[in-house]
Design a protein around this ligand. Structure first.
Ligand SMILES: [Zn+2]
Length: 145
């Protein structure tokens, strides 16, 4: 376990079958990501969070079509669902609201429709985006279903 509720295995999960072993530096950043996700978990009512994807090695990132500077590649981002709290839309809005209230600093939230992407990249741009699966575009802000 990296923190009480998040293990290294959860943060390097991949269904590509490719090697997704982090370097020592990447593992250190995953430890910080796990600590960040503990804060996210509290905001989501201490409900269990399922990680769809967090860290991606170069090979895994290429296989899933990620951009080379993806926050996943840098061990800053996690794609999460939290059914005990609510839908991905409700999760995205709760995290956005927490930032507004000064309870959480993040770089980016993306409402991805079936999950929520959250990044703790130290740029902390406080961006909110909505992914449109129909054309692969991203809209500014959280745009509801
Ligand atoms: Zn993501």
């Amino acid at each position: 376990m990296l923190t009480p509720h998040f293990s290294l295995d959860e943060l390097i999960v991949t269904d590509t079958g490719l090697d997704n072993t982090p370097s020592a530096n990447e593992e250190a950043r995953l430890r910080t990501l796990a600590a960040f996700l503990e804060k996210v978990r509290v905001i989501l009512g201490n409900n269990p969070i399922t990680i769809d994807s967090a860290f991606r090695s170069e090979a895994v990132n290429a296989a899933v079509g990620g951009v080379p500077d993806s926050a996943h590649r840098l061990a800053y981002a996690a794609d999460i669902v939290c059914p005990g709290f609510g839908t991905p839309w409700e999760v995205a809005n709760a995290l956005s609201q927490a930032q507004t209230e000064g309870k959480l600093d993040f770089d980016q939230i993306i409402y991805e429709q079936t999950w929520t992407h959250i990044s703790r990249d130290p740029q902390l741009r406080e961006q909110r985006l909505t992914h449109v699966p129909a054309d692969g575009s991203y809209l500014d802000g959280l745009v509801g279903p």
